[in-house]
Design a protein around this ligand. Sequence first.
Ligand code: MN
Length: 486
Amino acid sequence: MPNSDWTTIVGLEIHAELLTESKMFSACPVVDSVTAPPNTAVDPVSMGLPGTLPVINKRALEMAMMVGLALNCEIPPINQFARKSYFYPDLPKGYQISQYDRPLCVNGYVDIDLSDGTTQRIRIRRAHLEEDTGKSMHTMDGSLIDLNRAGVPLLEIVTEPDIHSAEAAEAYARKLRTILQYLGVNDGDMSKGIMRIEPNISVRHKDDTDYRTRTEVKNLNSIRSLYRSIEYETTRQIKAWENGEGVRQATMGWDEAKQRTVVQRYKESAEEYRYFPEPDLPIVEVSREWVAEIRAGLPELPDAKRDRFMNDLGLSRYDASVLVADQSIAHYFDAALAEGANAKSLANWLIGQLFGLLNSNNIEREAIDSIKITPQQFAGLVKLVDGGTINKATGVTVLGEMFETGDDAQQIVDAKGLAQISDTGAVDAAIAQMIAENSAWVDEYLSGKDKLFGPMMGKVMGILKGQGNPGVVKELLAKALEAKRK
Ligand code: MN
C-alpha cells in the first residue's frame, strides 16, 4: 500500500472443476481438456441439443460437499439448480445450469497464516455447483469451439470481501487449492484452467462509510498473476480516486506480457441473467445422515498437517503453514527431511533462499519438482552449512549454482575450493595480516572503541576471501586483540 489512508478490499471467486468421471448432467466422460483432441468427449446433453434432459451427477454433489465441509460451511437441507441465461458461443444451450438462491454450501470460513505471524479468518459466503462451458479458440481462419469441457462439474466458491492485501489473497488461494488437492477433487493445475480465480477489487479510504466501486479481474490462471493484478489494480484505483478521475465498474483481464489490467467491458448496471429455477431438475434434498457420512470420510487436511509439523518438528506456525500450502512443496520438504537434514534449517533455506530463487526466475512454487535441484541435493547443501563445511554466505552462492547446473553441493564446493577455513593457523595468519595493516583501528579499539570489532572481523573475512568460519574467526580475533592489551 503506497498510502496508509487506503485499505485494499478484495473478495475472491474461485471456479474449480471437480475430478468426476462423467459430466455434471450426463454420463458423458470427462477428459483432460488440454490434451484430448477437440470434441471427442461430447454427447447430446453437453452439446445442448433440443429435447435432451439433464440428470444430476451424485459424485459431483458429494465432492462439492466434501469441499464445503472442509471449508467449514453449512450444508442446507435443500439446494436447487437454476438457469443463468446469457449468450456466448461456447454455451450452446444459451444458459448455464448453476445455483442461485439455494446454493449447496453456505457460511463457511478458512483461516490463513500471514508472514507477520498473524492469522486471519476469511469468510466463505457460498459454494455452489454448476457446469463448465466449452472453449472458444480464435484462429486466423475463424473461431473454433471445443465442447469437451462443456458440462464438466464446476464448483464456484465465493468469499466475503475480507481480504485486505495481495499477500492475503495469495495465502487464501494457495490454501483453498491445497484443500482441493488434499481432498482429491481437483489437482490444482491452474495452467490447465481447471481452477480459475477472479478477484473483485476496490479500495477504501479511512473516512469511508461504504464500499467504493469495484472492478473484477476475470479468469486468472496463476497465483502470481492474482498477486500482481491486485497490487496493480489497488495502486491504479488509489491514484484514480486521488486525482479525481474515479473508478468505473468494469470487468478486466490481466495482460501477462505488460503486467497490467486491461478493461474488457464496462458494466453499466448489474447483468441480467434472468435466473429462474431449473424446471428439468428436482430440488436436491440432503439428509443429515448423508452429510455425516461425507464428513466422516474426509482425509487429513492442511491445517492438521501444519499442526503436526509444528508439534513434531518444532517449526513455527508460519513456516509450517507455508510448507503445507502446496502438496508439491510438502512432498519436497518431506523428501529432503528424509535425508536427515535438520527440519528448521531445511524450512529456513527452503522458504528463504529457494523460494527467492524460484521467484526471481518466475517459477511458481508449486512447480518446485520441475527444478534441477532434487530434494536430496537440497538436503545435502543444508547439511554442508549446518556441519560447518561452508558458511551461510557461501551456501547461498552454492545454491544459486546448483539451481543453474543441477550439480551436487559437495561437487561445487570441491571444484571451487569453497570449503570454509576453520584451520586456526590460516585464520591466525589472516588476523596477523589485518592487525599489521590496520594498527590505527587496533589502537582505537584497545582504548575503548568496541564497535570497531565488526569492521576488523570483516577485514579478516576479506583476507580469507569470505570463506572463514565466522565462529572461529570471531573467537581467534577476540583472543588476539586481548593479547594486545597486556
Ligand atoms: Mn460461476
